[in-house]
Design a protein around this ligand. Sequence first.
Ligand code: GLY
Length: 360
Amino acid sequence: MRSRYSRRDFLRTGVTLGAAAIVGRGSESMAAAPQSGATGAKRSGVFRAVSSGNGIRATDKAMELMRKGVDPLDAVIAGVNIVEDDPNDMSVGYGGLPNEDGVVELDASVMYGPTHASGAVAGIRNIKNPSKVAKLVMERTKHCLLVGNGALKFALAHGFPKENLLTEKAHEAWLRWKETMSDKDNWLPEQIKKMPEALQPVMMTHGTINCLALNEAGILAGVTTTSGLSYKLAGRVGDSPIIGAGLYVDNEIGAAGSTGLGEANIRTCASFQVVSFMGQGMSPEQACLKTLERVADKARRWPKSLGLTDDAGRPAFGLNFYALNAKGEFGAATMLGKAGYAVHDGRTNELRDCASLFKG
Ligand code: GLY
């Protein structure tokens, strides 16, 4: 029998019903925390918060909030907001070092284990807390990533204030960089030796904060936020807002995040790789080290002109991974030399040493 509905009618009805279902959930977001016991998550019975070395305040905050019943995603975002808001941390949010034009452009992503949902913004200007906007992208759009002006418009539409993110200190640092970068242009530096130390030219750096958390109910979540590579080309996007590179969460296995040279990480989908290795049975630390080995192996093939390897073909860039599995085991590793990472294991909040692939 011929259906009374054409395919178009069917699709239209389906869309209407789908929309009604979404509207029917009221203001509850698509990625809102499922009710306790309905997450599909296996109880871990422990609380953990893990962050990069600049995240000791973030792990403290995340733990405090999770213990009060706050969802792990909101807890890690509140944690990294402390660093985003801090004008003295020049690698993240307000006070972050600008691009080569002297403009601060921020990247951030979030990922939520129980729904496997993610959201991110890249190259966003004038918004102090890109991590909060990333969460809104996850909850209030059908997209995963908004960039540049679109990301700014979206944030403004949601009531975020437009702010000047370039602090006097970051502006001075940019000016020194500009003036001392080359002797073949028309910029003349001040007498560098007379400058206060804080205003001496700052080398290119890529700072970031990543924070991962697990609660007793077995919910994993993560966030990564950054001002990216200092003095980057305008529009350059690093790994932090790229799911699978700067952050990845699989609620059944674990979560991983990264700081360091974003380009190395994007080319190797490295956070996804860390989680995959944990899924194969490796400990978080082993998974981080094995992923660094893979990156180092690929780096040998990268063009010498990138300046990312030494004469022996060994990586000459910083890269760190942080990992937390669904049981609450954690670990971290760095490519070169020494680095620390922050861990709150439910009792103590402290900086620990990352394992190193190369001793430096
Ligand atoms: N990992 C931060 C960046 O490279 O942008």
